[in-house]
Design a protein around this ligand. Structure first.
Ligand code: SAM
Length: 248
């Protein structure tokens, strides 16, 4: 099979979901063409590579990248593990097209699914890894819970979820008065974007142990922050959890 035929985009949306809204990667649909350049300059690639290292994906394993956007985390996985079976999920068709173009150029196989984080394109207990980068803060409360539930459903026992996103123990709303914490860390961003990231109610849900609690409540074992980065977009947390071998 040629490399180009190994890259495909499937539409998993129901008719009702065709009008469903979502928060795009760069906040506005028209900013999508700038997303890759912006995140490259912002050093997001290093976050992806760290997430891949922490996930510990082994040869041939099945991985779902939730909120994959333009596919950069999926491609980082495939750069490290060319034989991993990676599926990216995102509601943004244009972002998926960009991901597909990049995968074809690199000659790596990638399945891309247009859909939402409350329904993963995978059978029960069929995945070794769920990964997600900078996407959880784009989901509302119900979808965050559904993401955690779907991760539990689709991971095999001992399968692992690895999340990288803004937030974690030391973060706050970005209102710190004197140059420490997120306000300081976000100082390189243009003001409107900085305010949007720091003040977003969704990022607020990631603060403290928000992501750890989300995973624990869904039934994950040993959910915890395994690393963090003081990134110029704000504090970034890496959280992992393992699906227990036996359900309690
Ligand atoms: C900041 S981008 C991150 C993209 C990519 N993971 C990365 O690290 O570059 C957030 C992504 O979440 C996606 N998203 C928004 N709502 C979603 C939902 N309900 N389900 C799945 N993905 C969603 C957006 O379309 C966007 O591609």
């Amino acid at each position: 099979m040629g490399a180009s035929t190994q890259v495909r985009i499937l539409d998993q949306r129901t008719p009702q979901e065709r009008d469903r809204t979502f928060l795009p990667g760069a906040g506005k649909t028209w900013l999508l063409p700038f997303y890759d350049a912006f995140t490259r300059l912002g050093g997001v690639r290093a976050l992806h590579e760290r997430a891949v290292g922490l996930a510990g994906i082994e040869p041939g394993q099945a991985v779902a990248d939730i909120g994959c956007g333009t596919g950069n985390l999926s491609l980082a996985i495939l750069a490290a593990r060319p034989d991993a079976r990676v599926t990216g999920l995102d509601p943004d068709r244009q972002a998926l097209r960009r991901a597909a173009r990049k995968a074809r150029r690199r000659g790596v196989p990638l399945t891309l699914v247009q859909g939402y984080a409350d329904r993963f394109p995978a059978e029960d207990a069929s995945l070794d890894h769920v990964v997600s980068s900078l996407a959880l803060h784009h989901l509302d409360d119900d979808d965050r819970k559904a993401f955690a539930r779907e991760s539990m459903r689709t991971l095999r026992p001992s399968g692992k979820v690895t999340i990288v996103d803004f937030g974690g123990p030391a973060s706050d709303s970005g209102h710190a008065p004197h140059g420490h914490g997120p306000v300081h860390a976000l100082r390189h961003l243009p003001r409107p974007l900085r305010a949007r990231v720091a003040d977003s109610p969704a990022v607020a849900r990631n603060q403290a142990d928000g992501i750890v609690t989300l995973l624990t409540e869904a039934g994950f074992e040993d959910a915890r922050e395994v690393a963090h980065a003081d990134h110029r977009f704000g504090r970034v947390t890496f959280v992992q959890g393992t699906r227990p071998r036996t359900e309690s």
